[in-house]
Design a protein around this ligand. Structure first.
Ligand SMILES: [Fe+2]
Ligand SMILES: [Fe+2]
Length: 308
């Protein structure tokens, strides 16, 4: 087995445009989302930043890319098609892993007009045709890493941006964490919403965050990556004798109209180091002056290795 892996996380690109959308396509909550896009989001999320991001990824060349949701604004069929075309410019389904965000499940939409466009990028290895109901948790193994994708994307009422996983997904997650832990893999849990209770506003929270932390606490994981907050955050989930690092990152396309919101993505280099994993983290941020991403800071985290 290959013992090292370089991978990158980006989140919340909100890359689609709603230019030309017809009012008759906007039901209920989508009207509010459309107005918010016109008022604020279309100036905040920039195609120019995403082009710079792509140029930087061509330089840093991660072996795998994970995207933690909110590719769209209001989950319209055309937005799913725009996002699929964008995904194809980043890599094939084997190189890119997607979990959905709340904006992608803005209101209930038929699978074939929505997530079917992204299914190859979300499905577990060798299970591209899985029944949509059973797509998550997904499992993709690349070198020493098990990427375990969760879907917290559920439609919520107007002015709400909550998410939830449900008991079935949590039960399967427990089994996957056990199985991949026994294999000695570095388990990276991917979820759109912040997983630690109390860290997000009530109307934007993951409703079953407590249950998720219990599963991770009992079955273990090495790293949890999320988006949703559009800013950098760091916390941890208690497991016996240690804490699982939890990182949240800003939007990949943001021009940073609010402090701390400028676009970033994280580049990780993982390698074994005796009874530990050594994880080099390079935070790469967008500079409007240079129209380019560059390293903002770098650090190393050591994480205990599962003994097999
Ligand atoms: Fe978002
Ligand atoms: Fe979100």
């Amino acid at each position: 087995m290959k013992e090292t892996l370089t991978f990158a996380q980006l989140s919340d690109p909100h890359l689609s445009t709603l230019q030309g959308v017809r009012w008759r396509d906007l039901a209920n909550k989508r009207v509010l989302g459309y107005l918010s896009w016109r008022r604020r989001r279309r100036a905040e999320h920039s195609g120019e930043v995403l082009e710079a991001l792509q140029r930087d990824l061509a330089r840093t060349r991660p072996e795998h890319l994970v995207i933690t949701g909110d590719l769209t604004h209001i989950g319209l069929p055309d937005e799913f098609r725009q996002a699929r075309r964008w995904l194809e410019t980043l890599g094939g389904p084997h190189e890119v892993t997607v979990v959905p965000g709340n904006h992608d499940a803005y209101i209930h939409a038929p699978w074939k007009h929505s997530f079917s466009h992204w299914q190859p990028y979300m499905a577990s290895d060798g299970e591209a045709d899985t029944d949509p109901e059973h797509l998550f948790p997904s499992l993709r193994v690349r070198g020493p890493v098990a990427f375990i994708g969760l879907s917290s994307a559920r439609p919520s009422g107007p002015f709400f941006a909550t998410g939830s996983l449900g008991p079935e997904q949590l039960g399967k997650l427990a089994r996957l964490l056990d199985e991949t832990g026994r294999r000695g893999l570095f388990r990276v849990v991917l979820i759109h919403h912040p997983p630690v209770p109390g860290e997000e506003k009530w109307r934007k929270r993951l409703k079953d965050a407590r249950a998720l932390c219990k599963v991770i606490g009992e079955h273990g994981a090495e790293l949890v990556l999320h988006g949703h907050r559009h800013r950098a955050s760091e916390s941890g989930i208690e497991i016996p004798g240690q804490k699982v690092p939890v990182f949240g990152i800003p939007s990949a396309s943001s021009l940073g109209h609010k402090p701390g919101r400028m676009a970033q993505y994280y580049l990780y280099r993982l390698q074994p180091a005796g009874d530990r994993w050594k994880l080099d983290i390079s935070v790469r941020g967008y500079s409007p002056r240079g129209h380019a991403f560059a390293q903002v800071h770098e650090r190393v985290v050591e994480i205990p290795r599962q003994t097999t």
